[in-house]
Every structure is written in C-alpha cells, then in structure tokens.
Design a binder for this molecule. Structure first.
Ligand SMILES: *[C@@H]1O[C@H](CO)[C@@H](O)[C@H](O)[C@H]1NC(C)=O
Ligand SMILES: *[C@@H]1O[C@H](CO)[C@@H](O)[C@H](O)[C@H]1NC(C)=O
Ligand SMILES: *[C@@H]1O[C@H](CO)[C@@H](O)[C@H](O)[C@H]1NC(C)=O
Ligand SMILES: *[C@@H]1O[C@H](CO)[C@@H](O)[C@H](O)[C@H]1NC(C)=O
Ligand SMILES: *[C@@H]1O[C@H](CO)[C@@H](O)[C@H](O)[C@H]1NC(C)=O
Length: 542
C-alpha cells in the first residue's frame, strides 16, 4: 500500500515536469485527413484516391428530386469550394505514386439516388429515416438513401471525405464504402434565448453546426424568467412588456418561420419549449394575474404560475393553440423544472384549494397543474416533453411523454433517474452529462465524450426507451459574441456519442484518434464560417 502510493506520487511529479518543460515544436495532435465526424457506423477505406476539382464537380440526380435536394446540392457545392486553396501561383502536378496508395484519376461527379419520392412539404420527424450508403469506388461514386433525410446526412459525409493531399496542392478523396445510420433518433441541442437574446444570425450558425455534426433537433428554449422574446400574435403584450427590448430583442413571426424553414432544409426539427409553471416571471410583467403573489417572501414579488385559477388555463389554452399553429414539430417541451414552492405555501387560497381537492403536497399540486397542461397539449396533437422533476413528483404521464433527464448530483444521479423513468415505461432523453454552461479546463469536451448514455442499470427493454439526448446551452453568460464558440466543438462530442456505435466511440481505447479527428473537424467547421474553438492543445489549421 505504502509502496504503490510512493510510486504514484513520483509518476505524477514526473508528468508535471514533462508537461511543464519539455515541449516539441508543432501541433500537439496532428489532424486526420478526410476522417468523418461523427464516425460512420460502417466504413471501409482504402489508400487509393481520386483527385477532385471542386469548381467542376457535379451532383447528378438519379432518383427522385425536389427543392429540398437541389438546395442541398447548392449548399454542398459551396462547401466543396471551401476546399479550394487560395491561388498561390502553384499548380498541382499529377501526384507521385509514393507509398500513399494508387491514384485513381479525377472524380467528376457523385450520383445521388433518392429512392422514395421527395415531397416539397416534407418535415423531419422523430422517426425519420437517416440511413444512407455512400460508395466512392473505382469507376463510380454514388450516394443512396430511401429518404431525403438520409441523402442530407450522406452529402455531409461526402463533403467531409475531401482533404488536402500530401503535395499540399491537390484536393483528394479516398476510395471508401460507407453504410451509416444513427444510434439514437433524437440528437439535439437546447439553446436558451431568454437569459441573453441570441440574434437570428448566430442561431443559424448554431443550426449549420448541427447539420455538420448530424444532429437533428434544435430545442428552442424560447422564454424564461428574465425575458419573453417570442412575439405572440394572440398576446403581443407578453413580448412588448416582457422582452428586454420590444423591437430589438424579439423573434417576430417571420423570424420564427425563417428559423423553422432554415432548420427543415437541413433535416433538423425545431422543438419549442414553453416552460411553466416556474421560470415564468417575465410573463407577469404584462399578466401579473397569471402568477402567484408572493408578498410573504418579498413584498411585491411573484412566484410560479397560479395553478388554482381557471383563467390560468384559459390563457395557456390560447397560447399553446398559437404555438401549435406556429411550430410544425410533433413535440413540445413543457418544462416543469425547478418550481419554487415557497410562494404556494404562503398563499391561503392555494392551501384551501388543496384541502378542497385533497391535494396533499406542493409536488402533487404541481402534478395537478402539469397534468392539465399535458392534456391540453395532447388535445392540440402535440406530444409532450417534460423535465425530470415532473416524473419525480409522481405525475401520471401518458406513455408518449418524453422525460428529459438533466440532474446529476448526490441524491439525484442521472443513471438512477434514467433507470426509474424507463422502468416506469416512459421514453427518455439524456442531458445530464452535456451541460455546455459547465466549464472546466482546456477542451472540456472529453467529459462529454466519456458519458455513455446507456450506462444505467436498466434492462434491454428499458434501454430501448432512451431515444437520445441533447447538449444544453443555457445563456446566463453567453450572447451573440461567444455562443457559437461555446457550443462548438464541445457539442460535437455529444453528437458523436448519439450517432456513432458504442464500440467505435470508446475514449479509453481510442483517445488519440478521437482527438485527431476532432482537430480536423474543428478546422473544417472554421473553414465553413463557424468560429468553433480549438479542441485539444497547441495546433493550427491549414
Ligand atoms: C372553475 O372551473 C371549474 C370546473 O370547470 C368550476 O367548477 C368552477 O366553478 C370554476 N371556478 C370559477 C371561479 O369560475
Ligand atoms: C384523499 O386522499 C387520500 C390519500 O390519497 C385518500 O385515502 C382519500 O380517500 C381521499 N379523500 C377524498 C375525499 O377523496
Ligand atoms: C395529428 O398529428 C398527426 C401526425 O403528426 C397527423 O397525421 C394528424 O393529421 C394530426 N391530426 C390533427 C387533428 O391535427
Ligand atoms: C402506449 O399506450 C397505448 C394505449 O394504452 C398503447 O397502445 C401503446 O402500445 C403504448 N405505447 C408504448 C410505447 O408503450
Ligand atoms: C449511479 O452513479 C452514481 C455516481 O457515479 C453511483 O454512485 C451509483 O452507484 C450509480 N448507480 C447505479 C445503479 O449504477
């Protein structure tokens, strides 16, 4: 025991010494060339390669087509051009056939075969088919998928396979064969636009990043205590009085449709969150009657939504009806987190209502409220998502309600919650290990990457109820100047954990390779205009 302690101590000292004083020139992790992020489920790759001249490259439609497809071709054609080097006066010569595999000639086109029809008005859904097959083989290059969503994922992969050859001049793509599909259906990012207003431009950059990481849900945490930037046509006073600024810091109906369509074009769902009964202080600026008066705690203050008034429910019915007509996704996030019971406790009307209705705890009162809201959403043809507190407070949830697991501390470890939720037969989402507002030293995506979503002691049946997860960008200390940098590439770790197979994403065995691939992926995002921060250590992008 003593001996091993001594050995460990001296190793630690040595490594501090080594890291502190011995530094080699050059980047710490040399980027890979043409490696795909997230890692495909199946890929066979050869050293043999083609040369691609981006400005002459063509996508050829073999199957069905529609503007979703032709718009994607336009986007990816532009992305291909970003691989073109600045004109330096140098021209590449036919590459020398050293030990780098066989030169297969020039690749002029990718044949794109969409098997199903392509409906102009198609919407991405939880169950969309994202499977695709991409073959870059001698004599032919083809991308095949049954659905437009699979084609979009495959085009992203194709664009990532291009790299700058060892001659420093030619753009290459290796012969490869890929069959790919996601491990989980729901791969999202939550963005809070209430603590700080995030302009449309940065929201679109975040959505571009989702597409480059094959994520498929933009969870829009629209409103919160601090501000109400969503412009409601039914209750315009909510943002007129509750936004930070009624003109500058709001999302008007055309902005919202712009974001929804921008995401749809990229195969990304937009799931709105209307968080109640807590986190609603900004609603009360124009509608104080909705909230519980809380003079007992602080004179003139307000607490959560008042759950005993009929007018509360009439109001929410109207607001959710509008939200239903604005957002096209099947799912709405109804929140339900962090409800402070102090104000309810001090309210005599609420206490006598609880007596009359045989409601024995404030958690049960929250349950009474949220049950009504879930039913309301259900009647509007929404499926609901709720934060885990709703489940923990014992609300009987319809079995299509998704429970969003986010807490991870003593008494509330996520693995235990996930076990309980799925044991009860509810579907679930995980976010507990992917809070982007929690920062630690260096490229702290490593801890995100080491989180294995199925590491809870549930049966195989339970594991199937885990539909995926989300990285969460709460905006207390981010705004337009740092939000994109803080999200990328840290959320890329979440993206890979949710897309790629468990075997190929083991940080303990593949750390070096994962770091090198992320090094390349960050440079790729940078080239495409996303100010992703460096992932690892000292280095540079070509
Ligand atoms: C609220 O609604 C309930 C059920 O519809 C009804 O019984 C009750 O009288 C209403 N209360 C008020 C104050 O209108
Ligand atoms: C009140 O709730 C308790 C415990 O759930 C139950 O035993 C009792 O029958 C209820 N009373 C009424 C009047 O509903
Ligand atoms: C409810 O949603 C389903 C699936 O999204 C859709 O097919 C159906 O038409 C909707 N029903 C109503 C009444 O809106
Ligand atoms: C949910 O409940 C409905 C009705 O009880 C049932 O038909 C369905 O199979 C259930 N779904 C799941 C996933 O358990
Ligand atoms: C869940 O994780 C906690 C903290 O890492 C651990 O102490 C606990 O044993 C785990 N529970 C199960 C059921 O694995």
């Amino acid at each position: 025991m003593m001996l091993s302690t001594v050995v460990v101590t001296s190793l630690v000292c040595f490594s501090v010494f080594a890291n502190g004083y011995i530094v080699n020139p050059g980047p710490k992790y040399v980027a890979t060339k043409g490696a795909v992020w997230p890692q495909p489920q199946n890929q066979i790759i050869s050293d043999d390669f083609y040369i691609v001249t981006p400005r002459n490259f063509k996508f050829n439609v073999k199957g069905a087509s529609c503007t979703l497809l032709t718009n994607a071709f336009e986007r990816y054609f532009k992305i291909l051009q970003q691989n073109t080097l600045p004109i330096t006066g140098k021209k590449y010569k036919k590459p020398l056939l050293l030990s780098e595999g066989q030169y297969l000639g020039t690749l002029h086109q990718l044949e794109v075969n969409l098997i199903d029809s392509c409906d102009e008005n198609e919407w991405p859904t939880l169950d969309m088919n994202e499977t695709y097959v991409l073959n870059i083989l001698e004599g032919a290059a083809s991308l095949t998928s049954e659905s437009i969503w699979g084609i979009l994922r495959g085009l992203e992969t194709f664009s990532q396979l291009l790299y700058l050859g060892v001659d420093g001049l030619s753009i290459r793509i290796n012969a490869t064969s890929i069959t790919d599909f996601p491990r989980f259906k729901h791969r999202g990012l939550l963005l809070d636009t209430a603590r700080h207003f995030i302009p449309i431009k940065q929201i679109k950059q975040v959505i571009d990043g989702l597409a480059y990481n094959k994520m498929n849900v933009f969870h829009w945490h629209l409103v919160d205590d601090q501000s109400f930037p969503f412009v409601s046509t039914t209750f315009p006073e909510l943002s007129e009085e509750g936004a930070y600024d009624p003109e500058l810091y709001v999302y008007n109906p055309t902005d919202v449709q712009d974001i929804i369509e921008y995401a749809r074009q990229r195969g990304i769902r937009v799931m709105p969150e209307i968080d109640t009964p807590g986190h609603t202080r900004s609603w009360g600026v124009s509608h104080p009657e909705l909230l519980t008066k809380c003079d007992g705690v602080v004179q003139g203050s307000y607490g959560p939504i008042d759950p005993i008034k009929n007018t509360t429910y009439t109001f929410l019915q109207k607001l959710l009806t509008e939200v239903r007509s604005v957002f096209k996704d099947k799912f709405i996030h109804l929140g339900g987190d962090e409800v402070d019971f102090d104000c309810w406790q001090l309210d005599t009307d609420i206490n006598s209502f609880m007596n009359d209705h045989n409601i024995s705890s404030y958690a049960a009162l929250e349950g009474y409220y949220i049950q009504k809201i879930i039913d309301m959403a259900d009647n509007l043809n929404f499926s609901s998502v709720v934060w885990e507190e709703v489940f923990k407070n014992g609300v009987k949830l319809p079995n299509n309600t998704l429970v969003h697991v986010w807490r991870d501390w003593q008494g509330s470890w996520w693995n235990d919650t996930m076990n309980d939720v799925t044991k009860a037969g509810n579907t679930a989402l995980l976010s507990a290990c992917w809070y982007l507002d929690h920062l630690s030293t260096g490229g702290d995506w490593e801890s995100f990457y080491q989180c294995e979503p199925t590491d809870f002691s549930g049966s195989e049946e339970q594991t199937k109820l885990l539909l995926g997860g989300e990285a969460c960008m709460w905006a207390e200390v981010v705004n337009e100047y740092n939000v994109v940098q803080r999200v990328w590439p840290r959320a890329s770790a979440t993206a890979e954990k949710l897309w790629s197979s468990k075997d190929t994403t083991n940080f303990n065995t593949d750390e070096e390779q994962i770091r090198k691939r992320l090094e390349e992926h960050v440079c790729r995002m940078n080239r495409r205009g996303i100010p992703a921060q460096p992932p690892n250590a000292a280095g540079f992008c070509l």
